[in-house]
Design a protein around this ligand. Structure first.
Ligand SMILES: Cc1ncc(COP(=O)(O)O)c(C=O)c1O
Length: 373
């Protein structure tokens, strides 16, 4: 497993829920691209475009999208969410339902609509017996959008996306999934969960770079989102620069206004290629095993509180914990000092291993937690 990565021996990378390391094949692809640019510039731009097209194919496969026409390559999850929030028609009195604990990207953009009379309802889902029901109960006839993370960034709580999708379809509510904390770690099926929009940047579980994000928009909604960004790249007949009359592309490429992020595309193409070669079912199994192993080992220590859910259908790759007899920030600094990459989130320390993380490395991190007082 470790052969897929070239991490230094002393680095314990438990931070895939933040910014992942690149697999060796991704690093090599970017190096080769840099070398090619230095030697011959964009001579083979046509081949670059083929790779860009293939990335759309790979991303569509990764989420089981019916067509690459529904995939756009954007710069971030936040950009995708903003395209949705500012592309939809709103009227005063409309509301949006989101989990209260969402990462700011999936809260601020909806709250920014407040001046137009649109309410954002923050519904707590942590330590709630039936989080999906809590979200569904918060919907009414004025709810236009339900937007939630597939996996909560802090606790790692996994929501039943299909159940929420079903409820949204029944009530004619648009359904938006911020899937950055699950795509690449868990299998994702946009058709099974009936999402209308899916957004996810590549730099977490997809093992890609920052600044190259997947945006899925259901075919029937592509033309319903009002465009707010314009440029040469989002039109039909994209290479006919003399044409004075233009129409937006029929596909989700209409959301890409200018030049593509080719370096990001090279990297994400290689990373997603690796995920697909190994297979998402196998990766999900490994991620679930690794996070369970960590949660169990940590739980066995004295004075540890596990803040993540433990049920298999409620958890993913994130293990959030705190030491009840120690200051969280001091523990975090201690781990950092020993090259354990992790994060401080939601009153605890967040460990997020990926499929390749070795038990040896995880054991080293657990030992550091045990020894700390
Ligand atoms: C759930 C969630 N959504 C969005 C983001 C940030 O996305 P981006 O930087 O691609 O806008 C994060 C980053 O931690 C996240 O955890």
């Amino acid at each position: 497993m470790q052969a897929y990565f070239q991490l230094d021996d002393d680095v314990v990378h438990l931070n895939h829920a933040a910014v992942a390391p690149w697999p060796s094949q991704t690093a090599q692809a970017v190096k080769a691209f840099a070398d090619e640019n230095a030697r011959q510039g964009s001579k083979d731009y046509d081949l670059w475009l083929l790779r860009e097209k293939d990335l759309r194919k790979r991303l569509a496969q990764l989420i089981n999208a019916p067509s690459t026409d529904e995939i756009a390559l954007l710069k971030s999850t936040s950009e995708g969410l903003s395209l949705i929030a500012y592309g939809l028609p709103w009227k005063s009195g409309d509301n949006i339902v989101i989990p209260a604990e969402e990462f700011p990207s999936n809260r601020i953009v909806w709250q920014s609509l407040e001046s137009t009379g649109v309410e954002t309802r923050l519904i707590p889902v942590s330590n709630v017996k039936n989080p999906e029901q809590a979200l569904i109960d918060a919907m009414d006839s004025n709810t236009r959008v339900m937007s939630c993370s597939s996996v909560q960034y802090a606790t790692g709580l996994r929501l039943d996306l299909a159940r929420l999708g079903h409820a949204c379809k029944q009530s004619d509510t648009l359904y938006c999934v911020d899937a950055i904390q699950s795509i690449g770690a868990l299998q994702f099926d946009v058709q099974a969960c009936q999402a209308d929009f899916v957004v996810a940047d590549g730099h977490k579980w997809m093992l890609g770079p920052e600044g190259c994000a997947l945006f899925y928009c259901r075919k029937t909604l592509i033309k319903q989102l009002e465009l707010k960004q314009y440029g040469w790249h989002m039109v039909q007949d994209v290479s006919d620069f003399n044409k004075k009359d233009w129409q937006p592309n029929e596909t989700a490429q209409r959301f890409e206004c200018g030049s593509p992020n080719m370096t990001g595309i090279v990297a994400l193409h290689a990373s997603v290629g690796l995920l697909l070669d190994i297979g998402m079912a196998a990766i999900e199994r490994q991620v679930m095993e690794k996070s369970a192993w960590l949660a169990n080992k940590l739980a066995a220590l004295d004075n540890i509180e596990i803040l993540s859910p433990l049920d298999d259908n409620r958890r993913a790759g994130i293990v959030l914990f705190r030491k009840t007899d120690a200051d969280t920030e001091s523990l975090y600094r201690h781990l950092q000092k020993h090259n354990v990459l992790c994060a401080m989130r939601g009153n605890g320390i967040r460990f997020s291993p990926h499929f390749y993380t070795s038990l040896e490395k995880m054991d080293a991190a657990v030992s550091l937690v045990r020894e700390f007082c």
